[in-house]
Design a protein around this ligand. Sequence first.
Ligand SMILES: [Mg+2]
Length: 178
Amino acid sequence: MSEALRPAAFLDRDGVINVDHGYTYKPEDLVFIDGAPDAIRRLNEAGYLVVVVTNQSGVARGYYSEADVARFHEHMLAELAEAGARIDAVYSCPYHPKGVVAEYRVDHPDRKPKPGMILRAARELPIDIARSFLIGDKSSDIAAATAANISGHRFTGGDLDDFVAGVLLQADAPIRAK
Ligand SMILES: [Mg+2]
């Protein structure tokens, strides 16, 4: 095998990595959840691929564009890189069945609680899905994890690094990065 499979930590974005101000999309509105950069660095060092899976129905609702979402993520990844933390991939779902923008008014399999983004990442990246997990702040995140047959951990606030440390203790022997 040319590339060893690694477990993935799927992270919801709003309310897990950044403070959820409600349809946050402006780079200047990025405020990290306490401990988020440390948590992501901890996952990097434990050998996990870190994959963001985020519903961004603000696109379907006409609040902002996919380019705005991409710009926000570019800024977020740059800020994390400054802190020595790496996100390996970002999957974003712009659809909503009741959107006002016609091209995004779709009941799409990517939109959590459906597992589309997780399943797609598992196909596109060298992920060992059986050893992967998700962290999210909503029941729809946990439902997506369950539908993808991975464990889901509900983060309800506090320090994300402390939370991730606890999750890693529960996880099946973390793999060290080579
Ligand atoms: Mg969230």
